[in-house]
Design a protein around this ligand. Sequence first.
Ligand SMILES: Cc1cc2nc3c(=O)[nH]c(=O)nc-3n(C[C@H](O)[C@H](O)[C@H](O)COP(=O)(O)O)c2cc1C
Length: 279
Amino acid sequence: MNILFCVFSGTGNTRRVSETFAGELAALGHTSELFMIKKGAPMPEIEAYDLLIVGYPVHAFNAPTTVLSFLRSMPEGGKTVYLLRTSGEPSKLNDASGITPRRILTKKGYTVKGEFTYVMPYNILFRHSQGMVSRMWKTALARIYRDVHIVDALQGDLRHVGPVRRSAAFVLRIEHPAMPLIGKTFRVSKKLCAGCGACAALCPSGNIRMVDGRPKFGMHCVGCMGCAFSCPHDAVRISVLNLWRVNGKYDFSGEPSTDDETCRYLHGMYNRYFHETGT
Ligand SMILES: Cc1cc2nc3c(=O)[nH]c(=O)nc-3n(C[C@H](O)[C@H](O)[C@H](O)COP(=O)(O)O)c2cc1C
């Protein structure tokens, strides 16, 4: 099959999983291309592919609005689609993030065949330890090796999301109108910002413009954290979210943590996720 990955990734986790997934599909004889979802980027030629895989990070138990806008602007079609998402925690609440993408795609005539979730390190809230990051990646790899065979056989299943999880995700959809307002108040430290423009080049929502050598934040932020996370000088201040700022790339190599070393936050839930995968 010729497969198109349409991927939104603020801080690289979803991109990393998608690229690895594509590599494993190649080993099974499939070809694929990676299209990064970015506001204003021209729509890829979906007709040219046999299958689509839509990748996104979970934001407040939902999919980012840039992803939803992309799905809404896709042509009508009858292709098979898989959803691939990454999240910072292994909560089943994250399954609710598939509801709106599934609805949009189904309305357009696509068949959503399956959904995959990979737990990757948080890019907000707190920084996971080196050991946790390695264990998450080891687990993601084991799941990818398993999941590519599901795609290869065109099988898969969709997550059932009951009324409680649905309602929680619905309430947290407040993030969608709130994030552009919060994003508008992001600032850079005058002392630290070198005016390199890395944040503007990276922003998948096209929300950052360089004015007089300094980034200016607009009203289209989806809170992906790409700017703060990737700033080489740690110059981006994310206003009311600043205490939850996680800056700097993660190192995915190294010794995976043991069960005892699993973070205190949702300790049992993370360990269950690792054990479920046999890692
Ligand atoms: C604004 C925001 C909201 C988030 N909400 C959730 C969430 O509801 N559940 C969760 O497990 N992770 C959540 N995360 C963590 C990300 O989903 C996770 O770190 C993801 O792997 C980031 O992917 P990326 O690097 O491709 O952007 C959130 C991250 C951000 C920035």
